[in-house]
Design a protein around this ligand. Sequence first.
Ligand code: SF4
Length: 483
Amino acid sequence: MARWSVRIDPAWSLEAWRDAARLALHRGVAPAELDWLQGQESSLLDAPALPPMRDADTTAADTPTYVSRAFVELAATCLCHRDPQRMALLYRMLWRIASGERGLLSIPTDPDVQRAMALAQAVRRDTHKMKAFVRFREVPGEQDAFIAWFEPDHHIVDRVAPFFARRFTGMRWAILTPARSVSWDGQALSFGPGGRQDDAPAEDAREELWRTYYANIFNPARLNTRMMQQEMPVRYWKHLPEASLLPTLVRDAGDRVQDMHDRGAHAPQRRIPARSIALRAPATANGDDLDALRTAAAGCRRCPLWEPATQTVFGEGPRDAQVMLVGEQPGDAEDLSGHPFVGPAGQLLDRALRELGIDRSTLYLTNAVKHFRFERRGKRRIHSKPQVTHINACRPWLLNEIEQVRPAVIACLGASAASAVFGAGFNLMENRGRWHALDDGTRAFATVHPAWVLRQPEGDARAAAYQLFVDDLRQLTGPQRAR
Ligand code: SF4
């Protein structure tokens, strides 16, 4: 039996594997006759390299083998696994498909299919963990330059890099791993050899802020250590600044729950206090500011909305704005641009502000939820309302923004924003346009979201909705807005 070898470089390249597989298939090399090599490996049986194809090798009788998109995607994912047998496995599957087993992938009990699925699942899990647990640290002495150290299980750096380029477009950053590194200069990704953990900064000032923030939002009543270890396996803790707090937080959780229980028994909370509304941000580290919050929020993983979205859309506006507008969540345009209220609803808001003579640049604009929640329909991303769990998870960011800006007045646009500021029981339709005093003296009211106005049928209904919206916002220009 003749024996051949092919070398795949880089070892996770779909293109390299596909070229080699096509060549082997064309030459009729059976899976058992082929050694798949990567890196500096040599063939155990000194099998010669499969000769490249020449034009003269192609005959009219040759028909290309077509495979499904599902197989191509499976192959691309499996190739990122470190299993040395993955290339041979994929070629064996391709050989079987080319030999007539067109429905191979639809046989879940087939051992080759099962193995390929397991490899792909491991790569997807590793990809998810890298997205979730990479933590950038500021490079001392350089502005807006960050480096992260991470140790993935598989060859996933090339696969995950575009995600970080989209998420941190405005930063210069590098991710170092033992086998490969990637950097982003604001324009393009560059890949290089692996690095060492010492090449990444050990700690930066934002980590203290992040730890303080994490300690404040940690809810001992919801602690589930088994789930926590599943979601945040101990081996990733070394990448996470908040991990140093976990032993203490977990140890003290029982006492804190008991304490919460005791306090709750003496002072039951009303869900919507009539006039005085609790509004208290978790304490944050000394010297923290909106920029530090913005940077910390860019890496937030407190709810699942971060993953499909492009980036965190944090609030924008003057640090000392007198008026804060709180919307629901970024939309498609905001998600892509990274700025709040720039899509169709933002344009409607701009129109209303212009009519009222309010200069948008004097306002602080933000959202209750900082990531875009959507459903995919074909190529379109359709807005999907955030759930209570998302609003609650994101609320500490909003409270910290309020704590930093200390506006005299807050206008909540829509029910989600109102429930983030006033509490979950707030009824927008009963309370719209009514002033409430928050317990720190801030005055606040809620009105509809401009997107709701746009959803009304064109014509009289939309014109009436718009007028109500403008009338509510008019309160920002009146005497009530004064402290
Ligand atoms: S929506 Fe808010 S809580 Fe959820 S990941 Fe984004 S910033 Fe974090």
